[in-house]
Design a protein around this ligand. Structure first.
Ligand code: ATP
Ligand code: MG
Length: 693
């Protein structure tokens, strides 16, 4: 149908041009269009039962004398073709392209109240003066403007409405508080604003909302928008342009889409979505836009960074050369993490994924590592609990929590990790070490899927859009260990992914596994059997951290993995056998103790130097004669005694590049003391009252 109308429109247009009757025909078409709007007068033309000659007679009587030759013969032809019912569409199409050809400009004026004729005339003459061409203005009323009016002309807006001014104020004071902090004083800001108000006679580029709903808008116009640019809607909310198509831009709305209607203007801000960064972010809980949500005072930012940034290039990086200690024995020993590494924590729900990340943060106390905990689509209560715990342990002061709750819009959830990463990057670029946790990327992918489906992108595997891989790779590539020439800082990333029934071959898990440097695989089975943290050493790897592991730890942990794997196999077999030979029995004994040592309660990170003492004791067989249930107690006792009788030992181990004979002897002495004090016949009674996990 549209094609048919278009053909007639073109024909009429070209005929008019040839006959040099365009201007006159446009006027006639306009009159005709008005005549035809009365339903009754159109009626006989559309009616198939009315014979052709009768239609022609009626038309002739009414129009023949009024119309130009081209118009009249066109009408005759249309009649002969039996297409007169398309006449209104053809006329309006013809008027539209002819006016464009004649250099007319279309403009739309929306005002809060109906404008009187003198006001309309004035607006018309200003617009014609501005564009230097005749302007066709259509007027409409929109009470949401509060007062005043705005004009849309050629994809530009001149906004003189009260709503527009309120939004500008919001943008300058609320949304862009950096203006306040940069200028220092509020008074200068207001002065600036008033100045810009008086200069605001210029038109700004603007788009028009075509469709809006579910936190998504499609916008017509905005020819110069950048991908990821911050845009502002008529209700004052910000959004981000995501889908740049030929005529239409798909955008997400960060806040509420309430009050945004079809036909509303959308302004460009010229800024990319950005977050405040700086040392004052530490100790705070902020949303995805960096605004504090912990009810404490405003944050004075040191700078603003865009949330989407280029990852450091190859030359700017160096290999992982320093370890990032988590304080969790099974990780530091078996899957050691290096600064700048990306290590995935993956497992079913409720298997202690968050617990590992939080313990790793707690363990950074006094180690000069800034931490960023990014919670995506989490429950507010969970995050409140984590914050309280961090505070209690004195870890909040070096930690920033970036949080979007499950009830936040998908767009907000979607940008949360990028915002967190920019906050971390600020420190990295200043040469500091940062640990960032993304909890979790499964929810992030789901938020992105929601947005993509709403934007009408074609769904792929598991309904995720095709670029979901890029979603996470461009985030995790921003983790890096920077070369000295670039400040030597680092971002270590611990992304978390939730699996369903341990299925690591699902789409998101496989993606993220392939873009990280290893994974810590948590198993529900182990967790439920009390083996916590529920790390499966067989399926967990760290591909780069080993080179940065403490050499003493490296030596001790090496055999551990094999012995433990052998034990697991043996244990499975020996379930069936009753009498085992002494050698097998001792292997089992040893394995059980390895298992005990790898268990660790939550919120009790252990310094690597003490981990080395414990593993030394384990390999030396010092725990073999201790009841399995007391292995944990033994470890605590060892740390306790070490701190009291040889406080220097921990530091000496740290700074030594291996376990020298001298150091080994000192640990031997400690073990001896622990055994005598807490594990001899007489000590058992005394130790009974001590709690052991
Ligand atoms: P979700 O899938 O809900 O995010 P999760 O995998 O992050 O869960 P956590 O919330 O960390 O799991 O832990 C689940 C529960 O197990 C919590 O109650 C936590 O206190 C407990 N837990 C975690 N690790 C340990 C541990 N090492 N020792 C004892 N309890 C633990
Ligand atoms: Mg969790």
């Amino acid at each position: 149908m549209a094609g048919l109308v278009r053909n007639y429109v073109r024909a009429l247009f070209e005929l008019s041009l040839e006959a040099e009757e365009l201007e006159g025909n446009v006027r006639q078409a306009e009159e005709l269009a008005i005549d035809l709007t009365g339903e009754d007068r159109m009626f006989y033309l559309r009616e198939p039962d009315v014979p052709l000659y009768e239609k022609r007679e009626k038309l002739e009587a009414e129009f023949k004398d009024r119309l130009s030759v081209t118009m009249w013969s066109f009408l005759q032809q249309l009649l002969a073709d039996g297409k007169t019912s398309y006449l209104p569409d053809i006329l309006s199409g013809f008027i539209h392209i002819s006016k464009r050809h004649l250099g007319h400009v279309e403009a739309r004026v929306k005002s809060a109240k109906v404008l009187i004729q003198s006001e309309r005339d004035r607006i018309q003459s200003i617009l014609e003066e501005k564009s230097g061409k005749p302007v066709n203005v259509t007027y409409s009323v929109d009470e949401d403007l509060i007062a005043g009016f705005y004009v849309l002309m050629k994809g530009k807006i001149f906004d003189a409405s009260a709503r527009g001014k309120l939004n500008d104020l919001k943008r300058m004071i609320g949304g862009g508080d950096h203006l306040v902090s940069e200028a220092g004083e509020l008074s200068t800001v207001i002065k600036e604003q008033i100045k810009s108000f008086t200069q605001m006679s210029e038109f700004e580029e603007v788009g028009t909302v075509v469709v809006v709903g579910d936190g998504i808008a499609k916008i017509y116009g905005l020819d110069n928008v950048m991908n990821g640019e911050l845009i502002q809607f008529s209700n004052g909310e910000f959004g981000m342009a995501l889908n740049l198509e030929e005529d239409v831009v798909g955008a997400v709305i960060f806040g509420s889409d309430q009050g945004i209607k079809e036909g509303d203007p959308v302004k460009l801000t010229g800024r990319m979505a950005e977050v405040p960064v700086g040392d004052r972010m530490s100790g705070r809980v902020v949303n995805a836009l960096g605004q504090p949500i912990d009810g404490e005072k405003d944050i004075q930012a040191d700078a603003y960074l865009p949330i989407e940034r280029q990852a450091p290039s190859v030359i700017m990086r160096r290999e992982v050369n320093e370890s990032l200690e988590t304080g969790i024995k099974s990780i530091d020993a078996l899957v050691p993490i290096g600064k700048g590494q990306r290590e995935l924590i993956i497992g079913d729900r409720q298997t202690g994924k968050t617990a590992i990340a939080v313990d790793a943060i707690l363990n950074q106390k006094g180690k000069n590592v800034k931490c960023v905990y990014v919670a995506i689509g989490q429950k507010s209560s969970t995050v409140a609990r984590i914050r309280a715990r961090l505070k209690e342990e004195g870890a909040l002061e070096y930690t920033t929590i970036v949080f979007s709750s499950a009830s936040d819009s998908s767009p907000l959830q979607y940008i949360t990790p990028y915002a967190g990463c920019s906050i971390a990057e600020y420190w990295m670029e200043k040469g500091e070490d940062v640990l960032i946790v993304y909890d979790d990327l499964s929810k992030h992918a789901v938020a992105y899927r929601t947005i993509s489906l709403l934007l009408g992108r074609p769904p792929g595997r598991e309904a995720y859009p095709g670029d979901v891989f890029f979603l996470h790779s461009r985030l995790l590539e921003r983790a890096a260990n920077m070369a000295d020439a670039y400040g030597g800082g680092s971002i270590t990333a611990l992304p978390i992914v939730e699996t369903q029934e341990g299925d690591i071959s699902a789409y998101i898990p496989t993606n993220v596994i392939s873009i990280t440097d290893g994974q810590i695989f948590l198993e529900a089975n182990l967790f439920n059997n009390g083996f916590r943290p529920a790390i499966n050493p067989g399926l967990s790897v760290s591909r780069v951290g080993g080179s940065a592991q403490h050499p003493a730890m490296q030596r001790l942990a090496g055999p551990l993995r094999i012995e433990y794997a052998q034990f697991n196999e043996l244990a499975a077999f020996s379930q069936f056998g009753s009498d085992l030979n002494p050698e097998t029995q001792s292997q089992l004994n040893h394995g059980e103790r390895i298992r005990e040592v790898l268990k660790q309660p939550q919120y009790e990170p252990v310094d690597v130097s003490y981990q080395i003492m414990i593993l030394y004791a384990l390999t030396k067989g010092a725990m073999e004669d201790i009841d399995v249930h007391r292995v944990n107690y033994f470890q605590r006792a060892l740390i306790h005694v070490a701190k009291r009788t040889d406080p220097q030992l921990s530091l000496d181990i740290r700074h030594s590049d291996r376990l020298t004979d001298e150091l080994s002897e000192r640990i031997d002495r400690l073990i001896q003391e622990v055994k005598v004090k807490y594990f001899s016949e007489t000590a058992v009674e005394a130790s009974e009252e001590r709690p052991h996990a």
